[in-house]
Design a protein around this ligand. Structure first.
Ligand SMILES: Nc1ncnc2c1ncn2[C@@H]1O[C@H](COP(=O)(O)OP(=O)(O)OP(=O)(O)O)[C@@H](O)[C@H]1O
Ligand SMILES: [Mg+2]
Length: 458
């Protein structure tokens, strides 16, 4: 069971202190009482869930204590106790951030309801704060793996947009981590406590886009039986990610342009303007500038969206990130397979490093996930990887020797000798027999090609 909430009681009148302490303790709280402002401000140790604070006290009065408590513990609800004659001041203090005020003599029921409400709110806020921290942990910058120069540039760009609401456009191939970057921006910004709303424009039929994004009023179109807030309204206080923004219908583009220009919106079929407090991030795996050139995307909208561009490089351009990503996904999916893989066989890593990853990090993630289902601890082996990867490599090797690269006879001869030397560990009699030539011919060829057998002459 959760620990009993702690309540501080501050009153210079001993009788009132005792009475309040009794009522509050009886209601299931722990109580610590103080007889002056100075004493409570000097308190150390556990922080309370709520404070009952007398307004009229000698020396430091309640208002001063309230201000100081608000400064030190902004989330702490402070309930002011005051004489009826002092109501005007009590109202004043609520403006300073007091949670509520109660008049003396204190009515027990009112006291307890107010106090319970304050304690609940406080614990909810603590919980929200904790969850926020967790979200930042889960989606923050640190969740993005890779330390290649290309990725370090991306981190640098992300950091530069955290403090402001600047409109960001993220470009990159499918699976390269655009959504991950958008989340890192949201959860690293001051809007982290607000919603992150992700809209895939390509997934909404053209005819529904406007109402999905901007909402509609009842009767705006056939089937609009009730009014409905759009994604932009749902994102109030937070960030909206317009994914595949290049797929927006012309009418949605026009409406989005107005929203970005005027920072407010009207729902489809509505007249009321709704102020907008949303950070806009958009992304696309298509070249937006090219869509502008083709007349499929509005140029004026392009300039409003691409204020701060972030370009995510494809995985094949930052292969040095592959080992770290592999390790990351091995850890991520370790639980799934129920066995711990701690090593990657060099041959397996070689395959992973060579692959071109047209599906980028998502494809790598899927490959590791699938491989873990067949791998056995402690090593991920080449054979655990999907057959396509190995087949691809074999094709590449064959292509090396195919007609793609014609070689001279001399070159082929030299290669044949090299391989035979390798194979027979430098035993030249065996090499000559294998190649079907005499030893003296072999010596001449070695001379000609500048080859030295690995082991001494036999
Ligand atoms: N640098 C990275 N570090 C760790 N995980 C990553 C990284 N990049 C991508 N991922 C993971 O790869 C998957 C795909 O990433 P994400 O959804 O962000 O890609 P995307 O660019 O938005 O793709 P699409 O264009 O298909 O929407 C996700 O599971 C994501 O967590
Ligand atoms: Mg995406």
């Amino acid at each position: 069971m959760a620990e009993k909430p702690l309540v501080w009681i501050v009153d210079d009148d001993a009788a009132i202190r005792e009475l309040l302490s009794f009522m509050v303790a009886e209601d299931g709280c722990r109580v610590e009482s103080f007889l002056s402002g100075a004493e409570v401000l000097a308190a150390s140790g556990a922080k309370p869930a709520a404070v009952l604070l007398d307004l009229m006290m000698p020396e430091i009065d309640g208002v001063e204590v309230l201000k100081e408590l608000r400064r030190r513990l902004p989330a702490l609800p402070v309930i002011i106790l005051t004489a009826v004659s002092d109501i005007a001041r009590a109202v004043e203090v609520t403006k300073l951030g007091a949670y509520d005020y109660l008049t003396k003599p204190v009515d027990k029921d009112r006291l307890l309801t107010t106090l319970r409400r304050a304690v609940t709110q406080h614990s909810l806020e603590q919980e929200v704060g904790r969850l926020r921290g967790e979200l930042a942990e889960r989606y923050g910058l640190r969740t993005i793996v890779g330390s290649s120069a290309a990725m370090r540039k991306v981190y640098d760009q992300i950091e530069r947009v955290l403090e402001s609401d600047i409109t960001v456009f993220i470009s990159g191939e499918s699976g390269s981590g655009k959504e991950l970057v958008a989340k890192a921006i949201h959860y690293g910004s001051l809007r982290a406590g607000g919603p992150f709303v992700d809209v895939n424009c390509a997934a909404i039929p053209e005819g529904l886009q406007e109402s999905e994004l901007f909402g509609h009023e009842k009767g705006a179109f056939t089937g609009a039986h009730a009014s409905h807030p759009g994604k932009f309204e749902q994102a109030a206080g937070g960030t909206i990610l317009l994914d595949e923004v290049g797929e927006m219908s012309p009418s949605s583009q026009a409406r989005l342009l107005r929203v970005l220009q005027e920072r407010c919106l009207t729902r489809v079929g509505g007249t009321k303007t709704i102020a907008l407090d949303v950070r806009v991030v958009s992304s696309s795996n298509r070249d937006l500038a090219q869509l502008v050139g083709e007349g499929r995307f509005r140029q004026d909208l392009y300039y409003r969206l691409v204020v701060f561009p972030i370009e995510l490089p494809p995985l094949r351009r930052r292969r040095e990130d592959i080992p770290a990503l592999v390790e990351h996904f091995l850890n991520k999916y370790a639980g799934d397979a129920g066995r711990r893989i701690t090593r990657v066989e060099p041959a397996a890593l070689e395959l992973l490093m060579r692959h071109d990853w047209p599906g980028n990090v998502r494809e790598l993630e899927n490959v590791i996930h699938r491989s873990l289902l067949v791998a056995s601890a402690p090593e991920l082996k080449r054979d655990d990887l999907p057959r396509e990867l190995a087949a691809e490599r074999d094709r590449a090797v064959l292509a090396d020797e195919g007609p793609g690269e014609l070689r001279s006879l001399e070159e082929l001869e030299r290669q044949a000798i090299e391989r035979a030397i390798d194979h027979f560990g430098g035993n030249l009699s065996d090499v000559a027999r294998q190649l079907g030539i005499g030893r003296s011919t072999l010596y001449r060829k070695l001379e000609q090609y500048g080859l030295r057998p690995a082991k001494g002459e036999d």
